[in-house]
Design a protein around this ligand. Structure first.
Ligand code: HEC
Ligand code: HEC
Ligand code: HEC
Ligand code: HEC
Ligand code: HEC
Ligand code: HEC
Length: 499
């Protein structure tokens, strides 16, 4: 008999089984960690398996060892014979030899499959299907909006798990908590932002978009429709002064250059969503000169505000919805009308469509029924002849609006455009106007500009889809609806946020 290094009570089937389980788990974890270290682009969620799932059998195995030993001690105390662990194999006996060969081959094959299977599991956990559909109802809004966004082919983890060890550990920890939150059904609806541990950052975006290759300018032609009976078309063409760091492509100015390369912008926000920003500082990277801007109504309490934590402006302060874009009703309906998926021949359709999309439904089925019901009721009552002469118009409109509802509204997770502010513009949310409201001043009288032609040049506007007047310098803005000067005195959100 071989020499035993441990007290006899450890040599019982339960302890030995536990030790085997623990060793296999540990070996797999070591194998996975090696894969992770050696592979340059290792799957980001590999760790959910190696650090969240595999430790479970490891710990169970480790617990079984003393448990077996305790049982064994009790057996011995009761005077029962010690457990038998030894057995002999006689290779000279053909039957025993065959059994042993079969047994070792199967074990070896199983081990190989397990290793390969685990590896495939990581690859899968890194995929968009895993992030977007495993917890289907939870991630449904993000996954659906993502598929209809410019980033539909960018993996979730490319934005949400950045490069470097710090990110790695953070994503691991919050990933483990999220698995728990979903299983225990304690996750919030809607998921609150800003998200803390998986917040995309400059480093993640800059893997693909580095400042020197931004386009200098980009033309946006926005088509709107008025809420009148004719659904009058209105076009606004803007040349967005994106800017970048690439002087070969044009002037290195504009939105990005100002924010990220030449200057550092820091600010104090008084709410979690960073919608109220009373104090802003800008520091020139070349001269080191600092300028501070304070909102008019915050001058008195400015010192207490300065003592709060400062945030450094990065991509997400403007691009917080690059991929999960929940469109507001006005934008949805205008786009459907512009693409002729909803016909402008239906009187008042712009106004009515917005109305039915906006209602607060508790399920998608209720919304689908109600969108069809309410619209049909309105047109049957007001325009029965039209339904008879052009019977295809209304069903087509209903179908389009139901589909759009499905892409932009998620009653189960309580997600709709108004839940998450979109910081990129200034129509339905404050966005740029959080600072660019013409009311943030420096001590020497400089103002963060609200000039309508400072961020974009207004090329043309009006009811004609083809430009009548084209301006390179930028036209003065003409508000499509006569509201006097109110459009410029109040921020646009004041009247447009509910759309
Ligand atoms: C282009 C980068 C990008 C991609 C790709 C991306 N996200 Fe996001 N995601 C963001 C940003 C930016 C936020 C907002 C962060 C904040 O405000 O703190 C966000 C927020 C979220 C949130 C918080 C709730 C919300 O709607 O804001 C969830 C959940 C989420 N993403 C899941 C996913 C899933 C699942 C995928 C893949 C199907 C994915 N993301 C792909 C950039 C991305
Ligand atoms: C893995 C690569 C990748 C990453 C990471 C990535 N993007 Fe993109 N992004 C793309 C691609 C590809 C496009 C589509 C290019 C196009 O349409 O010209 C795009 C388009 C965009 C656009 C233009 C959208 C439009 O309407 O045309 C913006 C803005 C943008 N990304 C911002 C971001 C931000 C902010 C982040 C970080 C949260 C980010 N991206 C992360 C690859 C990436
Ligand atoms: C001050 C706000 C702001 C900041 C900060 C900012 N951007 Fe932008 N970015 C914009 C605006 C505004 C546009 C044009 C409008 C749009 O794309 O919706 C834009 C456009 C883009 C585009 C599309 C450009 C093209 O060539 O089509 C990309 C890509 C982009 N930004 C990436 C980034 C990245 C990456 C960062 C961080 C390094 C960043 N942005 C920081 C405001 C900002
Ligand atoms: C956190 C506050 C803050 C936010 C939010 C912000 N900016 Fe700015 N921005 C500034 C400051 C400060 C300046 C510098 C003003 C100065 O130097 O007079 C500036 C300057 C600019 C300039 C240069 C203006 C000029 O006079 O040439 C552009 C363009 C610009 N911002 C675009 C944007 C856009 C577009 C957005 C929204 C997507 C935005 N900013 C959001 C703080 C902000
Ligand atoms: C600080 C920069 C900035 C200033 C100042 C600014 N805008 Fe804009 N504006 C933007 C950006 C950025 C967008 C694009 C948002 C997007 O990508 O959808 C935009 C979009 C728009 C749109 C299209 C809105 C939509 O969502 O359909 C209109 C109209 C507009 N601006 C008018 C104005 C008027 C009028 C003024 C003057 C009161 C003004 N802007 C001042 C940055 C600015
Ligand atoms: C005092 C309220 C008020 C303010 C402030 C305001 N608007 Fe409007 N706006 C209206 C009304 C009312 C309409 C007509 C709504 C309709 O036809 O459904 C309208 C219509 C529009 C339209 C036509 C498309 C649409 O959605 O109806 C555009 C574009 C627009 N406004 C841009 C702006 C911009 C940009 C700003 C900020 C610079 C702004 N508005 C500020 C009240 C306002």
């Amino acid at each position: 008999m071989t020499k035993r290094r441990l007290p006899g009570i450890f040599y019982n089937p339960l302890s030995v089984g536990g030790a085997a389980l623990a060793s296999v788990s540990l070996l797999t974890i070591v194998f996975l960690t090696l894969v992770e270290v050696l592979q340059a682009h290792s799957p980001a969620y590999i760790g959910i398996v190696s650090y969240v799932i595999l430790p479970v059998p490891l710990v169970i195995g480790l617990l079984l060892i003393p448990l077996g030993a305790l049982r064994e001690r009790r057996r011995l105390r009761r005077g029962q014979p010690a457990s038998k662990l030894s057995f002999t194999v006689d290779l000279a006996v053909p039957h025993q030899r065959n059994v042993l060969t079969a047994f070792s081959s199967i074990t070896a094959i199983l081990l190989l499959f397990t290793a390969y299977g685990s590896y495939r599991t990581f690859e899968w956990t890194e995929s968009v299907e895993f992030c977007g559909t495993t917890c289907h109802s939870v991630m449904e809004p993000e996954h659906t909006a993502y598929q209809n966004s410019p980033h539909a082919r960018v993996k979730c983890v490319d934005c949400h798990v950045g490069p470097g060890a710090g990110w790695y550990v953070r994503s691991k920890l919050s990933g483990a908590y999220q698995v728990y939150a979903v299983l225990a059904n304690v996750y919030p609806r809607p998921i609150p932002t800003p998200i803390k541990n998986l917040r995309p950052a400059q480093e993640t975006c800059e893997q693909c978009h580095w400042p020197s290759h931004f386009a200098a300018e980009k033309k946006y032609v926005n088509t709107y429709f008025k809420s009148d009976s004719a659904n009058t078309r209105w076009t606004v063409a803007l040349l967005m002064k994106i800017g970048g760091g690439n002087e070969d492509r044009g002037p290195a100015g504009g939105i990005h250059w100002h924010m990220n390369i030449a200057n550092e912008v820091t600010y104090v926000a008084t709410d979690d969503q960073r919608q109220t920003i009373p104090v802003v500082r800008i520091k020139s990277r070349s001269t080191g000169v600092t300028t501070e801007f304070v909102a008019g109504d915050a001058l008195e309490g400015a010192d207490t505000l300065r003592a709060r934590p400062w945030a450094s402006m990065d991509c997400i302060d403007c691009h917080n919805r690059p991929s999960h874009i929940y469109r507001p009703p006005a934008r949805i309906v205008d786009q459907s009308l512009a693409r002729s998926r909803v016909s402008t021949a239906l009187p008042h359709i712009r106004e009515k469509a917005m109305e039915v999309l906006k209602l607060d439904y508790t399920t998608r089925e209720a919304a689908t029924d109600s969108i069809a019901g309410l619209l049909r009721e309105f047109y049957e009552r007001e325009y029965p002849q039209l339904l008879e002469s052009q019977p295809a118009l209304l069903p087509a409109a209903i179908q389009e609006l139901q589909a759009q509802y499905g892409r932009n509204f998620f009653p189960r997770m309580k997600v709709r455009w108004s839940v998450y502010p979109n910081n990129i513009g200034h129509m339905t949310d404050l966005g740029c106007f959080r600072c660019h409201d013409g009311n943030h001043r420096s001590a020497d009288g400089r103002v963060i500009s609200k000039d309508c032609n400072s961020c974009h040049t207004l090329l043309y506007q009006g009811t004609a889809p083809v430009p009548q007047t084209l301006s390179v310098a930028g036209l003065p803005f003409e508000h499509p609806e006569d509201v006097g000067d109110a459009w410029n005195e109040a921020p646009c959100v004041e009247c447009h946020s509910g759309q």
